[in-house]
Structure formats: structure tokens, C-alpha cells
Ligand binder design. Structure first.
Ligand SMILES: *[C@@H]1O[C@H](CO)[C@@H](O)[C@H](O)[C@H]1NC(C)=O
Ligand SMILES: *[C@@H]1O[C@H](CO)[C@@H](O)[C@H](O)[C@H]1NC(C)=O
Ligand SMILES: *[C@@H]1O[C@H](CO)[C@@H](O)[C@H](O)[C@H]1NC(C)=O
Length: 367
């Protein structure tokens, strides 16, 4: 298995590699084979504990009296089909997620008006309808830079909150120019900063994240990288960890009986379980409240995305507000994150509404 990963700071310089590749190699997970995948999840659990302990030793300072620091992890899974996910939930293939719902996490399907994956991802990031941002697979992705749409990464950055972005290489731009002098591959995640310029020559590239982590397009490598990086890299210094998992974009059309889809779901379930466990421990040891969100993009036959909202405080999951499945839409992610960080959620461009939480992340109570 080929693995690479690079982590690049705001100054554009490479940082040291982590052991993610090593872990992925050790696991040898193949998402076509569910049995091996499940074994892999358990193997990860043992390794993760060491990583988390390292992360937890450097706690961040307390906020104003009576309040805690809001922190969040959002896991965006393009192609995650709610039909497949619910089938896994109902047949014991997603035991972590099922248990989280029992503990108080909110789950529901939300709509997506976009039928194009690029348009859907930009809507999810920016809280705007596709007809507003006009970015799609067929349009030049540079449109994201010129449109009035703003991603929540930029929104938090402008509010001086640091974010980390972890995603596979195909969501980022390449580094070679084509014959027109433009970047030959433009990635959705940096188009807002760099337009159609190649990142190596665009000082504004990756302008919205303090740290970006690039992993290869091998979905199983990304799964293990998520676990090893999310907290050790991000928990102490960053407010938001955004993870874009590319394990399901080729599974959009598969039905709930597909072994491939169920196998990938089981892996994802293990990853989210570990992230929530880490958030619980972090919220117990540091003055922090965590919001863990898992969401699809709704580009599938159901045109709906699964949404989990999992608030974590004082060492455990607390009861979330029910997802409004009647009006819920992927554009709700932006105002939900903004609300958690106590930033204004109403602006001329954000069309969604807050989902799953009852107040901001400084003082959290059960809904
Ligand atoms: C999605 O489409 C419905 C029906 O056309 C519309 O009422 C709603 O405003 C749209 N939402 C977004 C976010 O585009
Ligand atoms: C998107 O397209 C519509 C219709 O062509 C246009 O009115 C709108 O200004 C465009 N938005 C942006 C941000 O370019
Ligand atoms: C170069 O890349 C840009 C952006 O992806 C694209 O719009 C343009 O058509 C490409 N030009 C050629 C000659 O391939």
C-alpha cells in the first residue's frame, strides 16, 4: 500500500510527518473485505490510546469564568448514503454510531438541493444554495474565489479561530500548470483561496486553515490518518478540525446490501467512535466543550444526507436537539458551526438554520 502525507502550515512550509502511514500499513485494511476492515478498526483502537495521551498533556487555557472553550470536529463524507448508513445502524454494523444515538446524539436525514458533488461540497462549506455560488464540476472551480460565498473555514479564520483541514489529495489543487498557464487540477478545498492558480505559486493558497494535512486518495489510509492526526495535531491549538473523507464517493449508487458500502460504513463507525471518545476525554481534562458532526453531501438517489450532531461536555455525550428533517439541508452546517462558536449566524448569504444544538459551545446543557 502506498501512503504519503504532508502537513503544511500557514507559512507554506512542510511540517514533520506523523505515523499515519505506518499505522495504515500495519492495519493492511482493504475496504472490499469487511472482516479485515473490522479487525482493522480494533487494531486502531489500541494504537490510538497512546496518541491521545500525548495530545491531552498540553491543555489549552480556560475561558472566562463559568464558560468553556468551544471546539469542534466536522467529518464530511461525500457520497455517504443515508439508506446504507441506516441499514448498518439497524444491523449492528455501526455499533458506535448506534450507541451515540442512545447516549443523546441527534441523527436525521437532511436534504441537498445540489446534484453535483462539487456544488454540494461548496454549499455545505458556505451555507449557500448552488444557485447562489454557481460552483460545479463543470464550471471553473475558480468561481468559488470570485463568488460572494464564504466557507466556514474562512469565517472562523476571520474571527481569529484557527482551523485544521484534513483531506485526501483529490480535494486539493495539483502543482503543475497546463498550457494556458493555469493549474491543471483545481481542488475544491483551495479554490476559495487560490482560484485556478497552482498553490505553490499562490501565496493565498490555503489561506483559511492554520494547518492542512494532505493524505493520499486511498480511503483506508485516510481513515487511519484521521484518527492519528485529529487530536494530536489539532486539539491543543485549533478550534475546528475539518475532515473530508473520500471513502464513499464511489459508493453513492450502491444499495444497503452492498458489502463494500457496509464495510466502509463499519470503518467510518470506528473512526467516529474514536473521535468522540477522544473528545470526551479532552472535555473531561480540559476546559473545553466539543461538537462532533458527521455529515454526507446528499448526492445520491435519495438526495438526502445523513447528519449526526454529537455535543460532548464534561466527559460525556450530552443530549442534542432533534434534527429538523422536514426543513434540514446541507446548508445548515455553516450556521450550526457558527452558532457553536458564538458567531453571528444570520447574514445576507447564509440560508440555513442551526441543527442539533440548543446554545453555543461555551456553556452547554442538554436540550
Ligand atoms: C431547496 O429546494 C426547495 C424546493 O425547491 C426550496 O424550497 C429550498 O429553498 C431550497 N433550499 C436551498 C438551500 O437551496
Ligand atoms: C450565479 O448565477 C446567477 C444566474 O446566472 C447570477 O444571477 C448570480 O449573480 C451568479 N452568482 C455569482 C456569485 O456569480
Ligand atoms: C487549464 O486549466 C484550467 C483550470 O482547470 C482550465 O479552465 C483550462 O481549460 C485548462 N487549459 C487547458 C489548455 O487545458
Amino acid at each position: 500500500m502506498r501512503n504519503f502525507q504532508e502537513e503544511i502550515g500557514a507559512d507554506g512550509k512542510r511540517k514533520s510527518n506523523t505515523s499515519a502511514g505506518f499505522i495504515a500499513q500495519k492495519l493492511g485494511i482493504d475496504d472490499n473485505r469487511m472482516f479485515q476492515g473490522l479487525v482493522g478498526v480494533f487494531a486502531v483502537s489500541a494504537i490510538v490510546i497512546g496518541l491521545l495521551l500525548v495530545a491531552f498533556t498540553s491543555g489549552s487555557g480556560a475561558g472566562p469564568a463559568g464558560s468553556k472553550q468551544p471546539k469542534a470536529i466536522i467529518v464530511i463524507v461525500p457520497g455517504l448514503n443515508p439508506v446504507v448508513l441506516e441499514s448498518a445502524l439497524n444491523s449492528n454494523k455501526a455499533a458506535n454510531l448506534a450507541g451515540l444515538v442512545t447516549s443523546g446524539a441527534a441523527y436525521g436525514r437532511i436534504a441537498s438541493n445540489a446534484t453535483d458533488p462539487t456544488a454540494a461540497l461548496v454549499s455545505l462549506l458556505s451555507g449557500t444554495a448552488a444557485s447562489y455560488h454557481n460552483v460545479s464540476s463543470s464550471s471553473a472551480l475558480g468561481a468559488f474565489q470570485s463568488s460572494a460565498a464564504t466557507s466556514f473555514l474562512r469565517y472562523l479564520n476571520e474571527a481569529s479561530l484557527k482551523t485544521t483541514l484534513i483531506a485526501s489529495a483529490n480535494f486539493y489543487s495539483g502543482s503543475t500548470y497546463n498550457t494556458s498557464g493555469q493549474c491543471s487540477t483545481v481542488g475544491t478545498l483551495d479554490a476559495e483561496c487560490a482560484g485556478i492558480a497552482c498553490p505553490s505559486d499562490a501565496t493565498s493558497a490555503y489561506c483559511n486553515s492554520a494547518t492542512r494535512v494532505i493524505v493520499n486518495n486511498d480511503d483506508t489510509a485516510l481513515m487511519s490518518t484521521i484518527i492519528s492526526n485529529a487530536f494530536s495535531t489539532a486539539a491543543p491549538g485549533n478550534s475546528l478540525v475539518t475532515i473530508v473523507v473520500d471513502a464513499f464517493s464511489s459508493l453513492r449508487a450502491l444499495d444497503d446490501n452492498s458489502l463494500r458500502a457496509l464495510s466502509a460504513t463499519a470503518l467510518l463507525d470506528g473512526v467516529v467512535g474514536q473521535l468522540v471518545l477522544a473528545a470526551e476525554q479532552r472535555s473531561y481534562k480540559a476546559d473545553e466543550n466539543w461538537l462532533v458532526t458527521l455529515v454526507g453531501d446528499g448526492v445520491n438517489s435519495a438526495q438526502q444526507a445523513p447528519l449526526f450532531v454529537i455535543p460532548v461536555s464534561a466527559g460525556s455525550v450530552i443530549r442534542a436537539k432533534s434534527i429538523n428533517t422536514a426543513t434540514g439541508n446541507i446548508v445548515d452546517i455553516f450556521p450550526t458551526i457558527a452558532s457553536w462558536f458564538n458567531l453571528p449566524t444570520t447574514s445576507s448569504f447564509v440560508v440555513g438554520s442551526v441543527q442539533g444544538i440548543c446554545g453555543d459551545g461555551r456553556t452547554v446543557s442538554t436540550c
